[in-house]
Design a protein around this ligand. Structure first.
Ligand SMILES: [Zn+2]
Length: 200
């Protein structure tokens, strides 16, 4: 779990949003975990999200000197990327799935050949980000940085050969019910509300 004061601050902000729940949860995989991300709650309370985005903006400003666009995949990350772009004084674009294929609307006319930073909410497998990278390459845009609020791989999944920048790198342990320490303690298990990708 988080160790630095900064990570502790990020963690407390996630809890403030109720986006990170601590308890005893049955995930959609059937495994049990102490932690559960309800990522849609990140955008439910804009004032709390803004505090988190401020920390992300600080990190991007310190690490990426020049770029033109923040690009985020639909839907949840749009609000996050847009707010970051506003604070960074950059342009914003988003990608979306059309017939399951990730694409960027041709209407984002300045994107061709530009320098971009990708912002996503939570990194679980990196699949969506890889697809955004592919879209940007089709537009001959360069990728100057890739950032997420939470890296659930704990830093284990580099994309395009680069580490993914995150505010919080959290490797969440999940247990088979027979080997779950919380079941052994007799704590009741709860199934969090129907969330699509949050429980992956
Ligand atoms: Zn359990």
């Amino acid at each position: 779990m988080p160790e630095t004061p900064r990570e502790q601050l990020v963690l407390s902000l996630f809890k403030e949003c109720d986006a990170l729940l601590q308890g005893h949860f049955r995930l959609t995989s059937g495994k049990h975990s102490e932690w559960y991300f309800e990522k849609i709650r990140l955008i439910e309370k804009p004032a709390s999200l803004e505090k988190i985005v401020d920390l992300l903006v600080e990190k991007i400003e310190a690490e990426v000197s020049e770029f033109d666009y923040v690009v985020s995949p639909a839907y949840g990350a749009i609000a996050i990327g847009f707010l970051a772009a506003l604070k960074l004084g950059k342009k914003f674009a988003f990608s979306q799935r059309v017939d399951e294929k990730m694409s960027i609307r041709p209407g984002f006319s300045g994107l061709d050949g530009s320098r971009t930073v990708i912002v996503e909410d939570i990194l679980t497998t990196g699949g969506s980000i890889q697809e955004v990278v592919a879209c940007l390459k089709e537009r001959h845009a360069s990728i100057e940085g890739i950032y997420v609020l939470v890296d659930r791989t704990g830093g284990a999944v580099p994309i395009e050969g680069k580490p993914v920048g995150s505010l919080l790198a959290l490797k969440v342990e999940a247990f088979e019910s027979g080997a779950c320490p919380f079941c052994k303690k007799g704590l009741p298990v709860t199934k969090p509300g129907a969330s699509d990708k949050g429980a992956a």
